[in-house]
Design a binder for this molecule. Structure first.
Ligand SMILES: Nc1nc2c(ncn2[C@@H]2O[C@H](COP(=O)(O)OP(=O)(O)OP(=O)(O)O)[C@@H](O)[C@H]2O)c(=O)[nH]1
Ligand SMILES: [Zn+2]
Length: 211
């Protein structure tokens, strides 16, 4: 039903027609990048750089296209009534985002669980929700909470658990220059807060090597 309307754009942009690729915005952002190249001491007219400002503009538009997606709509498009009330875990979901402080990438994995309360959701929609929030300027803590809140408010399960582990390039290739540090954030609702055993089972499942 709702799916059909969006299929055309889904592959690149997910669930909503967007206007971020409009030529005027691309050329405006590109003009700024041409200036930046010159400020950096480069020659924006040299062969390898001629198309770079436009490439960067397009790349940035892609890397922030999450602003144009309504994550709750993604979940709503594939919610099914089902009498299943055990924990559902989707783990090792790749995350690529950009820190809002330096606009440098942070990347790693998200592990997400929910306990259905009358409805299940199409499995692919969970990584899609992760992408919708990750493809924005973020801090890892907010990314974690936004994913939790979206699933809780939309699907209204008995509990949601989100754990994200990422490396931040702003900490690796500049600044404090720690190459191997990983940041872990977590956010829980419902049974994952009130029931220690449920939370422990989730943590065991995401660390277990089951496959
Ligand atoms: N809490 C949090 N901090 C982040 C995240 N991404 C980057 N940061 C931090 O944001 C902080 C910004 O601090 P500032 O002191 O204003 O920036 P800075 O001078 O570039 O700091 P350094 O990275 O320490 O050189 C840094 O400590 C970063 O490590 C994130 O997702 N969550
Ligand atoms: Zn940063």
């Amino acid at each position: 039903m709702e799916h059909d309307k969006y299929d055309h754009d889904e592959e690149v942009l997910g669930y909503q027609k967007i206007d971020r690729y409009d030529d005027q915005k691309i050329s405006s952002v590109a003009t700024h990048y041409k200036d930046i190249l010159a400020q950096l001491g480069e020659d924006p007219a040299r062969e390898g750089l001629v198309k770079t400002p436009e490439r960067v503009a397009k790349a940035l538009q892609y890397l922030t296209h999450g602003y144009d997606i309504q994550p709750a709509e993604i979940l709503r498009s594939a919610m099914f009534k089902e009498d299943y009330s055990q924990m559902v875990v989707v783990k090792d979901i790749e995350v690529f985002s950009m820190c809002e402080h330096h606009m440098l990438p942070f990347f790693g994995k998200a592990h997400i669980a929910y306990i259905p309360n009358g409805h299940i959701v199409g499995l692919s929609k969970i990584p899609r929700v992760v992408d919708a929030f990750a493809r924005r300027l973020q801090v890892q803590e907010r990314l974690t909470n936004e994913i939790r809140d979206c699933i809780q408010e939309t699907l209204q399960p008995s509990g949601v658990a989100v754990v994200i582990e990422c490396k931040h390039l702003c900490m690796a290739m500049r600044g404090v220059q720690k190459q191997n540090s990983v940041t872990t954030t977590s956010a829980f609702t419902g049974e994952f807060i009130s029931n220690d055993k449920t939370r422990a089972e989730f943590l065991r499942l995401i660390t277990a090597n089951l496959h």
